[in-house]
Design a protein around this ligand. Structure first.
Ligand code: MLT
Length: 270
């Protein structure tokens, strides 16, 4: 938090100095698949002076217990809005999502547009899955339920970062691996079901008139930069920032550059 107090409170016989991030821009941070809220740790520490960060673990991920799969995007979006209500954030917030978190952000926009003040869409896309990808997701969900999450983690880990990072960033690789291995089989299968059934959000783009920041790594091995460019072209209020040298996790691979553009964006809400 800030070194300097944000407020003082004048009681009858003392004035308390205190920090309360409730006066900052409220933001909701949605993690990718099959990750959890700790993927945003560097944003929580780096942006807490400008934003109130609400950072959930989705069902079956991180510290949130699984419910039996399948899940739907509607279910996950409703979980998030209930959480916002629970913490007293009943007005619009900036919704930030990475990859699967971006798919979920689109669902929140569809179902709860009054809760969205702005969007930060990182390493994500508006398009739906092809039939081929849907089949891969079905198989992956089955594998997780029968053999556990390790085989899925093994396949996905080499694609999460920019190719060179696997030699130069062993701690980051280990951090992501442990995070993914901590996901429950039910959570992983449930999330795959939600993603494969998600609709194409491309037709929604022109109607999303809130300020939007799109961030993409130019070495993303999972979602090509062209998807980010297409979203930016389709949205009336979107700015696109490409982060050189970053893969699918630009917030972790280039945290300083990522936080700088996000900070500038969030300052526009004051
Ligand atoms: C993610 O990072 O959330 C996933 O790569 C999304 C996906 O599987 O489409």
């Amino acid at each position: 938090m800030n070194d300097s107090p944000s407020s003082t409170s004048d009681f009858s016989d003392s004035i308390l100095s205190f920090e309360d991030s409730a006066d900052r821009v409220p933001t909701l941070w949605l993690h990718g698949f099959p990750l959890n809220s700790t993927m945003w740790d560097l944003q929580v520490s780096g942006l807490c002076d400008v934003a109130r960060l609400i950072v959930p673990d989705l069902r079956g991920h991180g510290l949130t217990e699984p419910t039996p799969p399948p899940y739907t995007m509607e279910m996950l979006a409703t979980d998030c809005v209930r959480l916002l209500d629970h913490v007293g954030c009943t007005g619009p917030v900036v919704v930030a999502g990475l990859s699967m978190g971006g798919y979920l952000a689109f669902e929140i926009c569809r179902r709860f547009p009054e809760r969205v003040a702005g969007l930060i869409l990182t390493a994500t896309k508006a398009t739906a899955d092809t039939a081929e990808i849907r089949a891969v997701r079905e198989k992956s969900a089955q594998t997780a339920l029968t053999d556990g999450v390790a085989p899925i983690v093994e396949g996905l880990l080499p694609k999460l970062l920019a190719p060179g990072a696997y030699d130069t960033e062993p701690e980051l690789v280990e951090f992501l691996k442990e995070m993914m291995l901590g996901t429950s089989p039910e959570g992983l299968a449930g999330a795959q079901a939600a993603m494969l059934a998600r609709p194409d959000s491309t037709p929604d783009l022109p109607g999303l008139k809130v300020p939007t920041l799109i961030i993409h790594g130019d070495e993303d091995q999972l979602i090509p930069v062209a998807e980010a460019e297409a979203m930016a072209a389709g949205m009336p209020e979107a700015d696109l920032v490409i982060i050189p040298g970053a893969g699918h996790m630009p917030n972790l691979e280039e945290p300083a550059g990522f936080n700088e553009v996000v900070r500038e964006f969030l300052e526009g809400f004051y």
